[in-house]
Design a protein around this ligand. Structure first.
Ligand SMILES: *Cc1c(COP(=O)(O)O)cnc(C)c1O
Ligand code: SF4
Length: 367
């Protein structure tokens, strides 16, 4: 057993343990855990500074999860775009390949909580079928390996998947989505990165939601990946009481750049059942984007997207920089709220307006 597997085994997972550690009602935690798995790595639990803080809110089960009656089990209708179990094929040239049901810790806001943590929903026996699907679809040039968390698999199992997908000639790039650098940075080892780098071009997207998550341990893990030539992107979920604050979000984006991670997306929290207490308004998201662009490095500014309920995919949302546009000019608003005019290129020479001729009021003839 590897070190990280031993650390993972020491995670808080029994409802009794979690209830005791966080001062919650045991029966309530049991009920919550039946709806969505509870697990917290000792490392991540150690980042909690006080009850109800940004780290706590992400992984400590909350009785609100059961009280709320809004949201859907599958708001993005992923299951309708799933031709075989384990594949979500929504876009023309790329797809999601779900290879692991488990995660190092379970985010209470998880969009895929209907499947994640449940081995019957994301099962190893689906993997061969998924590979076969990709093989039979020559339009797929980008495979996003996800789950759950693919880095919960052993190096050997993960390598078997990477090798099989890499061998498909029309697959140009591979991506892995993982939250382990945040939840379990010990998972990123020399041995792992030596394996991953054999499957370039390989991109890794990580998931950090708060500047306190960028610890020396996380920096080491991300450094190993970056040193292996793996471009790193970050996906953040906008969450109430976690990062719904322009200054917190700006600091997170800046800190990500210091550990060689390029912010990629900020997502509006999906309309998932049992997550109402963690959602915030789209106006808040726009305010956060307004607090990034221009005020800090452009490299620190990701796209802000709403993954459309009903399966429309990710739709970018921008503050209103374009105030008006016509044939003559474009009026723009800069980051500080000042207006500027950009003259349009003249498309066609303007026709001279015909002189207006007033008709005779008696016989209608032009005079
Ligand atoms: C997010 C997502 C992708 C990847 O989208 P990019 O914008 O290319 O990062 C692909 N398929 C599905 C179903 C997704 O949800
Ligand atoms: S790491 Fe990702 S898949 Fe796992 S619980 Fe969190 S959001 Fe869901």
């Amino acid at each position: 057993m590897d070190d990280w597997q031993r650390i993972l085994q020491g995670s808080l997972r029994k409802p009794e343990e979690i209830a005791q550690k966080f001062g919650l009602d045991k029966e309530e935690v049991k009920r919550i855990a039946r709806a969505f798995k509870t697990q917290i790595t000792p490392y991540y639990a150690g980042l909690i500074k006080e009850r109800g803080d940004a780290i706590w809110k992400q992984i400590v089960p909350d009785p609100a999860e059961l009280r709320e009656h809004t949201g859907d089990a599958d708001p993005l209708l992923e299951d309708e775009d799933s031709p075989v179990p384990g594949i979500v094929h929504r876009y023309p040239d790329r797809l999601l390949f779900l290879v692991s049901h488990s995660c190092a810790s379970y985010c209470r806001f998880c969009t895929r909580k209907r499947k994640v943590g449940d081995p019957s929903k994301i099962h190893p026996r689906y993997i061969e079928q998924g590979i076969e699907y990709i093989r039979n679809h020559p339009e797929v040039r980008d495979v996003i390996i996800s789950g759950g968390d693919p880095l919960m698999l052993s190096d050997r199992k993960l390598e078997a998947i990477l090798k099989a997908v890499r061998a498909i000639p029309h697959v140009e790039i591979l991506r892995i989505g993982t939250r382990t650098p945040c939840f379990l940075p010990q998972r990123i080892t020399e041995k792992l990165v030596a394996m991953l780098r054999k499957y370039h071009p390989l991109y890794v997207n990580v998931h950090f939601n708060h500047p306190d998550e960028i610890t020396p341990e996380a920096a080491r893990a991300l450094g190993l990946l970056a040193d292996a030539g793996i471009p790193l992107g970050n996906q953040t979920v906008l969450l109430k009481g976690v990062n719904d604050d322009p200054q917190v979000m700006r600091r997170l984006m800046q800190k990500l750049l210091t550990v060689r991670v390029r912010p990629y997306y900020i997502y509006q929290a999906d309309y998932v059942a049992g997550t109402e207490h963690l959602r915030t308004t789209v106006e808040k998201g726009l305010e956060i984007m307004d607090g990034l662009r221009g005020w800090t490095s452009g490299m620190a500014v990701p796209y802000y997207c709403i993954d459309a309920p009903g399966g429309g995919g990710k739709i970018p949302v921008l503050p209103k920089y374009l105030q008006s546009i016509n044939d003559e000019q474009v009026v723009l608003r800069n980051y500080a709220g000042e207006l500027f005019v950009y003259p349009q290129v003249r498309q066609k020479p303007k026709r001279k307006p015909r002189p207006a001729i007033a008709p005779c009021y008696n016989c209608d003839a032009p005079v």
